[in-house]
Ligand binder design. Sequence first.
Ligand code: SAH
Ligand code: SF4
Length: 357
Amino acid sequence: MTEKTELRGLLPEEIAQTLQEWGHPAYRGKQIFKWVQGRAVREAAEMTDLPQGLRSKIDAEQWLRPLALSRCRVSKDGTEKYLWQLADGELIETVLMPYLRSQTRDRVTVCLSTQAGCPLGCKFCATGQQGFRRNLTAGEIVSQVLDITHRKRQSDPDFKVTNLVFMGMGEPFLNYDQVRRAIELFTHPEGQNIGQRRITVSTSGIVPGIERFAQENWEINLALSLHAADDQLRSQWMPVNRQYPIEKVLDACRRYWEQGRRRLSVEYALIEGVNDRLEDARQLGKLFTRWPIHLNVIPVNPVTESGARRPDKARMVQFLDELKRQGIDAVIREERGVDIEAACGQLRGAAHGEGET
Ligand code: SAH
Ligand code: SF4
């Protein structure tokens, strides 16, 4: 671990190691970790129980590197979208979805980015159309939650993110090590302490990543972006399918399920005239006759370049009914934040549209 690794990307014992090199006692590692991950501070000055000399050293080393907020947009349904500028100028987006029903704050979900851009180029996805810039570090991944939390706590000291979905920009399994480290940080009892069962990682079907995920000793949820039940169609919309075709991806997912931990979620974006026929629903259902999954049918979100449109409501209901007839546990998931381009597939990491706040 070099001193270049930012403070927000480090576990308590790793912080302690650097502190010892600097001549400070190891126990301060845990103390700093609590400030950084638990209380989400943005500057060393906020760590009030540290000696002044150590605070100055942290500043001098630029060890704590919060994200710079470029803009924040708020949807009429309460969803908020954050555009961040990273230290090297790259832009990423994060989405916050508070569930305000009945005034109980039982669920506050953050949708995280894991890469600036994405190399996989799915045709219906705005991120995919932007191309790939670079992988995010674990520090940059956790910072999305920490900086939102810091900002929210200014007006609401009890604010807490309770659920995480790795469904923002990028393919998490092409940045496995940093995503894994971010999960360790998020779930640490002295940090945000987010429960494993409240975290979902979504993949477009990177088989080695799914296999590695299945071997992990944890209960993190896995979601698969399937979108087509036929290899030819899937390859057309998701080029990654040429490398990892449906059967291979589902074999890997099935092994994950057989580890006995969690049920797999499958995402299927309905695109008018492309994958929304009853025949498509039949073919889709057949893939899952012998193991239980949870299927989210999502009306595709509009992305300028793709030309993909949602089918009308009646057609979506027919599609769903056909799946249910086959015994599949399927729901239609209405997306949030479409008006601010914060819904699935609409993140592009660029200032775009009106309604700035
Ligand atoms: N790269 C990962 C995670 C990020 S994408 C993955 O592909 O799974 C998050 C989800 O949004 C995926 O299920 C993706 O297929 C879906 N998505 C992308 N573009 C979409 C669109 N225009 N409408 C609806 N869902 C979309
Ligand atoms: Fe990348 Fe996921 Fe978008 Fe495909 S859907 S381009 S894998 S972010």
